[in-house]
Ligand binder design. Structure first.
Ligand code: SER
Length: 343
C-alpha cells in the first residue's frame, strides 16, 4: 500500500473540485481518486482518475475509498454551502460535520497504519466569522483569524467546528495513549472568501450573487440580485483559490505557525460587481431586490480579511487583483464558455 502519489478529492463535482482536479491532472505522477454524491460531471470525463460515487456519510463509501489505498493528501471539499445550510440545517450538520469527522477518523487510521503523516487540506470560509451588524462590519475592517469567530449560519458553525476538529486531530488525538503514535494528520485549512469561477456556477451559497450576476449577463439573462448594492465581501477567482490550496499543501510543516489561515485577493461591493459586469456586457440587466435574510448573512461576514499570516508563513499572494481577475480571467473565459456552449 503506497501513498506517495495518491490524492483523494471529495466533492469532485463542486466548484473547487473542478478546478483542483483539472490542475492536479497535469502532474502525470499523481494518482487521483475522486468522489462525489452525484455521478462525475461529464466535463471531468476526459481526465484520468478513479471515481467512486457515494455519500460521504455512508461507511461503505469510506471503506471503498481506503481499501488497498493510502493517500499522501486528502482534499476534503464536499460541503453544503450557507444558503442551503440555512434551509436544511440538519442535513448541513450531517454532511459538513459528521461527514468531515468520519473522514478525519478514517484518515488518521490510515496514517497510523502506514506509519506516515497524511495531509488533510480543508477549505474553510469567511462564514466562520460572525459580525453582529453592518456597522460593526464597517468598523472591523480587515479581520484577523482569531477575531469575531461567532458564526451566524449553520454552515459557518460547521466550518468553525471542523477547523477545531482538524486541529484536535493534528495536535491532540489520543493524547493519553502511552506511548503516543508519532503518525497522524497534518491538518491545514484556508478560510476562503467568496469564490468566482469562469467554468462553474456555485450552488447554495450566499456569496453566489457575484458569480451569478456575471454568468447571467454572459448568457443574456437578466438577474435579480438578492443583496443591496453596498453589500461588500472579499472575493477570489478560482485559479487563486487552487493556488492557495496547493501552496499551503506544499509548505514545510515547520513554517506553519497556525493550522487555519485567511487568504484574500480583493473586496467588492455588489454595485461594483454590477459596474464591472456592465463594462463587459453592456446590455446586462440586473435588478437589486435585497432579501433581508440573505443580506443579513452577508452583513455578518467581513468585507476584508487580514492574510498576513499566510503571506508570512507560506508565501501566499494572489495573482489576480480585481483588475486582472475581471480583465484577464473572468470576462474572457466566461465569454468563451458561453460562446462554446452556444456553438
Ligand atoms: N461561498 C460560501 C457561501 O456563500 C461562503 O464561503 O456559502
Amino acid at each position: 500500500m503506497t501513498q506517495e502519489n495518491n490524492v483523494l478529492i471529495t466533492g469532485a463535482n463542486g466548484e473547487v473540485g473542478h478546478g483542483l482536479i483539472a490542475h492536479l491532472s497535469r502532474d502525470a505522477q499523481l494518482t487521483i481518486v475522486a468522489t462525489d454524491i452525484q455521478p462525475l460531471d461529464p466535463a471531468l470525463h476526459a481526465i484520468p482518475l478513479t471515481f467512486v460515487q457515494g455519500d460521504i456519510l455512508d461507511p461503505t463509501l469510506l471503506k471503498q475509498l481506503f481499501e488497498g489505498r493510502a493517500y499522501k493528501t486528502i482534499f476534503h471539499l464536499a460541503s453544503i454551502l450557507s444558503t442551503k445550510g440555512e434551509r436544511s440545517p440538519e442535513l448541513a450538520f450531517r454532511v459538513n460535520v459528521d461527514g468531515t469527522f468520519a473522514l478525519l477518523m478514517r484518515a488518521v487510521q490510515q496514517a497510523r497504519e502506514a506509519q506516515r503523516m497524511t495531509k488533510f487540506l480543508y477549505p474553510s470560509s469567511i462564514a466562520a466569522y460572525g459580525l453582529p451588524d453592518a456597522d460593526t462590519k464597517r468598523e472591523a475592517g480587515r479581520v484577523e483569524e482569531d477575531a469575531w469567530c461567532f458564526p451566524a449560519t449553520m454552515y459557518g458553525c460547521n466550518k468553525l467546528a471542523c477547523e477545531s476538529l482538524g486541529t484536535y486531530f493534528a495536535r491532540h488525538y489520543r493524547r493519553l495513549d502511552e506511548p503516543r503514535s508519532s503518525y497522524g494528520l497534518d491538518f491545514r485549512s484556508v478560510r476562503f472568501p467568496g469564490l468566482i469561477s469562469a467554468q462553474t456556477v456555485p450552488t447554495g451559497g450566499t456569496s453566489d450573487y457575484g458569480p451569478e450576476m456575471l454568468h447571467h449577463a454572459a448568457q443574456g439573462l437578466s438577474y435579480d440580485c438578492f443583496v443591496r448594492e453596498d453589500a461588500c465581501l472579499p472575493f477570489m477567482v478560482m485559479p487563486d483559490a487552487i493556488r492557495a490550496l496547493l501552496l499551503l499543501e506544499a509548505a514545510p510543516r515547520e513554517r506553519l505557525a497556525r493550522l487555519v489561515y485567511n487568504v484574500s485577493s480583493f473586496s467588492l461591493s455588489a454595485g461594483e460587481i454590477h459596474r464591472l459586469t456592465l463594462k463587459a456586457f453592456p446590455s446586462a440587466v440586473v435588478r437589486f431586490i435585497p432579501d433581508v435574510n440573505r443580506q443579513g448573512i452577508v452583513d455578518s461576514w467581513p468585507c476584508d480579511v487580514d492574510d498576513t499570516a499566510a503571506r508570512r508563513d507560506w508565501g501566499w499572494h494572489p495573482e489576480y487583483d480585481r483588475r486582472r481577475a475581471f480583465d484577464d480571467y473572468l470576462i474572457p473565459a466566461i465569454r468563451e464558455r458561453y460562446r462554446a456552449s452556444a456553438g
